[in-house]
Design a protein around this ligand. Structure first.
Ligand code: ATR
Length: 283
């Protein structure tokens, strides 16, 4: 009997905004595979039942997005190392009837910089991470994995930064967002994980970029708009600036490989496709 086409999903609430179906369907088409990848809206009170039904319904796995990443972390039968460290699951698969959860955000973050700014981690030095939410946790995991020995987390609510510093251990310190400019002088890599600077002008910037050394890399995990005011200001200052779209694209790679059996490439064609989608949404 021929094998049934593999079926995968992305679940969230709401889900209509998700660009993941565009990414995975592009790869399915490009590699001539017969699988499917569909968005499923699952309200928080239905998430446990949804997970419970997965093994029966014949899905090979899927992605989990807002607001279910922490609930998925608590619910799966097995976690990969990244999900354990980050405390959230964004990728599900089934192994011998057991629902497994992983987190590919850290890998996606690092792979984006590997592609757009090769050698970005060569100094293994000092990083300044703005924000202390869920996205910040994935970034901290990636930076630790890549050997950054001095990671400063600066957050509006300093207590949240302190919680992360405590959870991630040695080499991570907690600061108030107001201290970001003072911390910038010896920073090699700046990562913005806050929604600050998605709109507006320089007045909204979380730090004064003039305080950074000339070799510093600035990256924003926000990708709507593609060029945030922070990235624009960094380029104006002559710094290397990398947008966050590649993180979205690269975090999708391990899931696709797991479900459909082929490691897909993040190439210019995919990037242009999703860029066009973002532009049409932003107007
Ligand atoms: P995510 O999971 O996307 O990281 P989150 O958990 O809501 O989202 O975290 C959002 C981050 O953006 C937090 O670091 C938040 O700071 P607080 O912990 O002080 O709330 C930060 N943030 C959001 N709006 C902000 C603003 N106007 N000024 C400064 N920081 C802001």
């Amino acid at each position: 009997m021929p094998e049934k086409p593999a079926r995968a999903f992305v679940c969230g609430h709401p889900i209509a905004h998700s660009r993941s179906p565009k990414v995975h369907r592009h790869w399915l088409r490009r590699y001539g595979l017969t699988g499917s990848y569909d968005p499923i809206d699952v309200a928080p009170d239905g998430f446990a039942d949804f997970l419970e039904s997965l093994v029966r319904t014949g899905f090979v796995g899927g992605n989990v997005t807002i607001p279910h990443k922490e609930a998925a972390f608590r619910a799966v039968g097995r976690l990969d190392a990244a999900a354990s460290a980050i405390g959230a699951v964004n990728t599900l698969w089934i192994e011998k009837g057991v629902l497994c959860g992983g987190n590919t955000d850290a890998e996606g973050f690092a792979a984006n910089l590997d592609q757009r700014a090769p050698g970005w981690d060569a100094r293994g030095g000092t990083a300044l991470v703005l924000g202390a939410g869920g996205a910040s946790r994935a970034v901290l995991h990636a930076l630790k994995q890549r050997g950054f020995g001095d990671i400063r987390v600066a957050n509006r609510t300093k207590e949240r930064a302190a919680e992360l510093a405590h959870a991630f251990g040695a080499g991570i310190s907690a600061h108030s967002l107001a201290d970001a400019t003072r911390l910038a002088a010896d920073t090699d890599v700046v990562v913005n994980t806050t929604s600050l600077g998605m709109r507006g002008g320089d007045a909204d910037l979380p730090l004064d970029l003039d305080a950074l050394p000339a070799h510093a890399l600035v990256t924003d995990i926000v990708y709507v708009p593609l060029e945030t005011p922070l990235l624009r200001a960094a380029r104006r200052r002559g710094l290397v600036a990398v947008d966050g779209l590649g993180m979205l694209l690269h975090q999708a790679v391990p899931g696709f490989e797991r479900w459909f059996g082929l490691r897909p490439e993040v190439d210019q064609e995919l990037r242009l496709l999703i860029e066009a989608d973002i532009r049409s949404a932003v107007g």
